[in-house]
Ligand binder design. Structure first.
Ligand code: ZN
Length: 215
């Protein structure tokens, strides 16, 4: 039986390796499994869940394990290849849209995911590649208007330069609902001049500005 300190069972646990390198997000059941298998070396952050076990015949006390926001595990490290110097995180629309804060990089408006698309700055038909440095978030309308042309060819201005996130930034982009202590932990692994942070701060400032002026 699980009693959630935060009662929301969808909260995710940030799993790291022993050295504290973020690896992935797992649910409380996976975290409980690692705890039961004694693969968790240490836990950090707030307690998310308390999972109750059986009652000890000798003491009459019920056993439990606590699941914290961050767990460092040994022996179960997904080989994402993130230690290689040439590592580039996999490109998915979900991570791409989050990199750009759901903002279309042509019209500068923020959209819901279903109205967004992946635009190849240099179109594939003109030799452009399907990689992070050549893709941006575009609303469907802007993407249709640009069609198979470069921004210059279509007379459209690209509002920001696309970039590939680092491994820790990618883990951040994968998170659904990141808690404050998890965020603090992730930030410590971001590069000093994180392009992602810079991008997100600008998007937030623009959003705040829009709300302000828009009343
Ligand atoms: Zn647009």
């Amino acid at each position: 039986m699980v009693s959630g300190v935060m009662t929301d069972l969808r909260l995710e646990v940030l799993r790291t390796d022993v050295a504290g390198m973020p690896i992935e997000w797992i649910d409380y059941q996976q975290a409980a499994k690692y705890l039961a298998l004694d693969l968790v070396v240490y836990s950090l952050g707030s307690r998310l869940y308390r999972i109750h076990g059986g009652i000890c015949a000798k003491t009459g006390l019920q056993s439990f394990v606590d699941v914290n926001a961050i767990v460092a595990t040994r022996g179960v490290h997904a080989d994402t290849g993130h230690r290689r110097p040439d590592y580039v995180p996999p490109l998915t629309n979900r991570a791409l849209f989050r990199r750009d804060s759901n903002v279309c990089l042509y019209c500068g408006q923020r959209f819901s995911v279903r109205d967004l698309s992946r635009d190849h700055v240099t179109p594939l038909c003109q030799g452009g590649q399907d990689h992070w440095q050549n893709v941006v978030t575009a609303c469907k309308r802007c993407n249709n208007r640009k069609a198979g042309r470069t921004p210059e060819g279509a007379g459209m201005e690209l509002l920001a330069i696309p970039f590939a996130p680092t491994h820790a930034e990618y883990v951040y982009l994968q998170g659904k609902r990141i808690l404050a202590d998890q965020m603090e932990f992730l930030l410590a692994h971001f590069p000093r001049n994180s392009q992602l942070l810079e991008r997100q701060r600008r998007a937030e400032a623009a959003q705040a500005g829009t709300c302000h002026t828009g009343g």
